[in-house]
Design a protein around this ligand. Structure first.
Ligand SMILES: [Zn+2]
Length: 116
């Protein structure tokens, strides 16, 4: 499962953050995950909840995931629109396929709350 390796990478990152802040505990973690990233957020949460038990610093931390929708800008009519269509999106105004991806590829830790 792809999400397990992502969760492991995230744990690595969180341990570094904890160390840098001399944290006793990580209380919660906010993630931003774009629809285009291909990550199944439920699976990621599940993987994280399993892995965190092996880390005392993380064992009680909660994870919050904000899913970022796909937003495209049409190069032909400048229309900005959201879509769930990952593969063949087209502009709802002019039906063009000439689009620019504006957001939806996000995959990062937005915020970490620690106890020091
Ligand atoms: Zn258009």
């Amino acid at each position: 499962m792809h999400e397990v390796s992502i969760a492991l990478g995230m744990v690595d990152e969180l341990m570094k953050i904890a160390q840098k802040n001399n944290a006793k505990k990580i209380i919660n973690v906010k993630l931003k995950i774009g629809k285009m990233s291909g990550i199944v957020t439920d699976s990621l949460k599940f993987a994280f909840d399993a892995i965190k038990l092996e880390y005392p610093l993380l064992s009680t931390s909660e994870i919050f995931i904000e899913e970022v929708p796909l937003v495209y800008e049409c190069n032909d009519c400048n229309n900005l629109f959201k879509t769930n269509d990952i593969y063949f999106p087209s502009c709802p105004e002019c039906k063009s396929y000439n689009l620019k991806l504006k957001s939806g590829e996000e995959q990062y830790i937005e915020n970490v709350e620690v106890e020091v």
